[in-house]
Design a protein around this ligand. Structure first.
Ligand code: ATP
Length: 344
């Protein structure tokens, strides 16, 4: 009897100990969670994080509109399409798919420039954000014969990054130079899936940049110019037939890709070839950037120094605004401008 009594006593003691342990563990867990939450909050104050209630990721479409109006010359269609597309993506808390925009146009028309503004309008750190990922085909995927390996790496990369932050931005520059078929590896992530391996890709954004369709856009703009249609009156409808004809997918990158077959590109955004007036505005911008008051003399010299197409009417700059900064530097190096720099 005594032994029984001792045993049951010890059972009671050990049970009580367990309950105590359990309560202790629970209390410890609660304190730990609270500590972790405040540590996490503190961490998010100083280091970029993906939490919605912080201001690291805070889409601001009015700011984007403003910055495009101020800085982007000659691209009224871009100003019309891009902010709207982003706004409708962000307004929807449960988008059905990732937002995919494909930018097309001649070199130097502002495709990278606009991508940068988009990143800055969403992420506090802009292009430097760890949630913005830029791929340049000729740099990241240079070998055609390695497309299978690249595809797997790219899929891992996208999966890994979206699992860390649903609001990730992926920019693919020179997509027309991406090894054939590689782009199909991205398809599952931008399709209408709720989630893949419990990762939701539908809040992410994909931008594809290429010169594909640039010559067709230029030709169409030239035709419209001959028809005396004002540039600012050219609408998306005027260029719609290029999309219908697949001119933006003529070669490389998106060509024959699953994205096209399944209509996964949401917006084709045409960048128009820039004219002399726009080049002059870019020269002004560059002078301002250098802290130099623009003069007609410098502006005309730089504009004259650019190459234009077609040869007879010299309407469009062959390199858009791309080489303006170098040309400005070169012209300012002439002795006659030494006084500006206090060198005379
Ligand atoms: N439409 C524009 N308005 C104002 N500045 C522009 C415009 N387009 C280009 N620029 C200027 O020229 C620079 C180069 O342009 P950007 O790299 O965006 O051209 P791109 O279209 O991406 O060319 P590519 O097809 O060769 O990659 C920009 O950083 C910007 O300073």
């Amino acid at each position: 009897e005594k032994r029984m009594a001792r045993k049951s006593e010890s059972v009671v003691v050990s049970l009580a100990g367990n309950i105590d342990n359990h309560q202790g563990a629970t209390a410890f867990g609660v304190v730990g969670a609270a500590l972790y939450a405040s540590f996490d909050k503190l961490r998010c104050t100083f280091y970029e994080c993906c939490k919605p209630q912080t201001d690291w990721i805070k889409p601001n479409i009015s700011a984007l509109r403003h910055v495009l109006d101020k800085n982007l010359h000659g691209q009224h269609l871009v100003k019309e399409v891009v902010p709207k597309a982003l706004k409708s993506h962000f307004m929807n808390h449960e988008p059905t798919k990732a937002l995919v925009m494909s930018f097309h146009g001649w070199t130097g028309g502002g495709k990278n420039y606009v991508s940068k503004f988009i990143a800055e309008s969403i992420y506090k750190l802009g292009m430097k954000s760890k949630y913005v990922h830029m791929f340049v085909s000729t740099v990241h995927f240079p070998h055609e014969d390695k497309s299978d390996i690249y595809k797997l790496h790219l899929q891992d990369w996208i999966r890994g990054n979206v699992s860390k932050c649903e609001r990730s931005l992926f920019i693919f520059d020179e997509i027309d130079k991406m090894p054939l078929g590689m782009i199909n590896g991205i398809k599952p992530f931008i399709d209408y899936h709720e989630s893949i391996d419990r990762i939701d890709f539908r809040k992410s954004i994909f931008l594809f940049l290429s010169n594909t369709g640039g010559p067709n856009i230029t030709q169409e703009m030239l035709n419209l110019w001959y028809l005396k249609k004002k540039r600012e009156e050219v609408s998306m409808n005027d260029l719609e037939n290029l999309i219908q004809l697949g001119a933006f997918n003529e070669q490389g990158g998106l060509h024959k890709s699953e994205l096209i077959k399944h209509s996964l590109v949401d917006h084709y955004v045409p960048f128009l070839p820039l004219e002399r007036t726009h080049i002059k505005l870019c020269v002004k911008d560059e002078l301002h950037r250098r802290g130099i008051a623009p003069t007609d003399d410098i502006i005309s010299k730089v504009a004259e120094d650019m190459s234009y197409y077609p040869a007879n009417i010299k309407l469009f700059s062959k390199t858009g605004c791309k080489r303006v900064a170098q040309k400005v530097g070169y012209i300012l190096a002439n002795e006659e401008y030494d006084s500006i720099f206090g060198l005379d």
